[in-house]
Design a binder for this molecule. Sequence first.
Ligand SMILES: Cc1ncc(COP(=O)(O)O)c(C=O)c1O
Length: 461
Amino acid sequence: MPNSDAPLPAAPGESDQGHELDERAELPEIVAPPPGPRSRSALERLERVECPAFGRRREARAQKSGAEMLPIVLAHGRGSNIHDVDGNRYVDLCAGFGALLLGHAAAPVRRAAEAQLSRLTLALGDVYSADVKVALLERLAALHPGPSPMALLGQSGSDAVTAAIKTAALATGRPGLVAFEGAYHGLGYAPLAACGLRESYRAPFAEQLNRRVTFAPYPRDEAGAARSIDAVEAALRGGDVGAVLLEPILGRGGCVVPPDGFVRAICDAAHRRGALVIADEIWTGLGRSGAVTRTGAIGAPADILCFGKGLGGGLPISACVAPEPIMRAWAREAEVVHTSTHSGSPLASSAALATLDALDAGQLTARSRDVGARFQATLRGSLAGAAGVVEVRGAGLMVGVELASPELGLRVMRGMLAEGYLVLTGGARGETLTLTPALTIPEPLLSAAAEALARVLAAPT
Ligand SMILES: Cc1ncc(COP(=O)(O)O)c(C=O)c1O
């Protein structure tokens, strides 16, 4: 009889410790001012067949800022470089909205995913799991410091937050949620109800969303923290709040780092009232903020952790992780599950295992912390005295440069594109440049980016 305690065979990714710093990354080369002719012609085709929401947003942004907002179209990438269809080479300071922790086409992810593609691409999710999924669940559980942690997999960040909100509702029996102004957790209906970033995302669907969400302000300083904690405590006194959902650092909200002790105080307040804390580590986690989990690094005892973005090394996979006493709530009824066709897909699981291995092998969390701190210092130096710069902030390689207005943000985003650097705008009004390069990016590229930013800000706009 087979021994059920025998270790599972090593899955691709588990034994793949290979990791390369991105030494081949190059400075930008612009051969056709972006967007070049091929991008423009691909855009015409795109606009004929893509949902018009995105084109409409581009138009509005162009009108608002006076900047050209026509997009480039991307063709291939390697490490921290990405190329458009016109042959321009860029330095990517966005890295797939922060998801490409190892950069584009990272060797460990590529090797693991290629091997898994010819081995087993799709299993039977929650019915017959793949061996790699089992190995991944073990690795994810180990990321939670609580007792006997367990994980529930999904495909997107929105999905992981949905799973966490459901878990908290089952575990506490209370439907209410406290969320934060400026926060973003994805656009599925559960996280959309808790989206504090932009009212326009929620407004047309308000009648279909959970009405038991209370928003508290997200603090930037001590006085703000006291106000926010008061607001959270007032909501908790209402008695129907099952969970407080929070980003330990606002990501899309503009890389806002709350004052020391704030997240811990929220955990204490929630726990005093029997509510759970869901830490959305989808942006901050897995090294991006310079720690495996931000809540772990600051000693905040969050109950449910959400991971996504970087987990799959570019493939879609996410997870909600909680200790067994909380997760056990799912087992009270026989037919209450949260799953989907691609849940725990072997392909994405193999990429996630390879990513977690490479992060450990390359000590990339520590690198993110140290390189990120130096990058912030370089930016402050390069931008000292530059008109329109309000603040440089962040943690690890999630860095925000707050500018005087959203219009300036869009003009600078386009100015940086013309210089060969991909950057995005974030923040409640779009006034903050958010910089989330691969954790493997060579530092000279970051210094060059800081100089380019200074040039763009100095140019008449
Ligand atoms: C903190 C945070 N949570 C959740 C999400 C949603 O993730 P996804 O876009 O994969 O649904 C995001 C996306 O930016 C995020 O930044």
